[in-house]
Design a protein around this ligand. Sequence first.
Ligand code: SF4
Ligand code: SF4
Length: 429
Amino acid sequence: MPRVYNWQLGREMSYPYEERHPRWQFAFVFNTNRCIACQTCTMACKATWTFSKGQEAMWWNNVETKPFGGYPAHWDAKLLAMLEAENPGGQVWNAGQPKEREKPFGQFNGKTIFEAAPTHVGPEGPQTVLGYLPTEAEWRTPNVYEDGAAGGKWQAGKFDGSVQLPEHRVWFFYLARICNHCTYPGCLGACPRQAIYKRPEDGIVLIDQERCRGYRKCVEGCPYKKAMYRPTTNTSEKCVGCYPRVEGKDPHLCPDGAPIETRCMSACIGKIRLQGLVEVGPDGKWVVDPASPLYFLIRDRQVALPLYPQFGTEPNGFYIPPRWVNRGYLHQMFGPGVEKAIEQYSCPDRELLAVLQLFRAQRQILFKFRIEKGPKVAEVPVRMPDGTEKVQEIFNDTVIGFNKFGKEVVRVTIEEPIVERPKKHANSI
Ligand code: SF4
Ligand code: SF4
């Protein structure tokens, strides 16, 4: 297999195809600390793309409760167990290695789904991608175990678990998921028909419905289980990244051709989502651009982390990890960057606090931001993950977001302005 570079693993790895990169890459940051599992995103996607016959069990966007929930059921626990069986005790990071821009988390020394596949010999012989086909029953219950917590015991009618940070003894959190439009997609690598492709203009991964024959190898090979089979057409389908919106081609929303965020992002009630397009150089590296909100959060600050980077697909969905959750669990899910991310999020400096205000402030995709400094308005004591206390200084800065064409499209202050309703619109309640 050809060798490709995976920055999230800090090393080269095997992949069925030669390295090739888009000009821009669809990417997003989800802040798990803010998701309320309202499922508005889920329904926005469902009502747009998967409302037809044969798509009943198809949820391109889903929100599951961790650690027990999953759609399809147990998708991550099953694959982690398969990887462990292929490489017992070896799925480890060498996080102590010197950090570099293209190696921010050290090096993953275990096996990815591409590297573990040759030794996993099933009835069909060795596969190109380690994976499995979920059963029909596993696809049937997208939101089972909602609000099911881990840890603690019931004692005399109440939990004995502590609710003190840094870690709650009883915990759960909501994990919103869509296709990660991976740099090295497992679905694409597994398809024997070469029906899956990654668009050079934005890195969105699509399934060519003319070429697909419904072999379901993509369903098996996607570690995140975001390729799904449709029995009425005998083809597989997946999240299309709302590409007409990203292209700026929606005549109602994008009269001037500016890229608009996807339906699930635009609908998010909890303001947990920020979507973007990051620029990729001819060498496959993200172009250094600290004025891009996504670059700032993911590459500059590393406050947003990839989901299960050890699978090896270099997913382009990133998560700000939940502050209160068991650290061992978070390390398994987001890799060795968890401590640094949580420490920064617990007490954000003024620049980070300003960028966090851009989440769901606008429907247009923000390519750049700028901060105008304001006066100090507060000092707040904050309990840090190591148990110490810190004083957070808060400034009433203004963050300004710009679209693809450099036009200002949003302006948010840290202090929410008070707006009084004019008397002529008095509320009658
Ligand atoms: S998340 Fe799955 S379906 Fe989406 S690009 Fe990655 S491997 Fe393919
Ligand atoms: S709309 Fe936002 S807050 Fe609501 S479930 Fe989806 S991601 Fe979470």
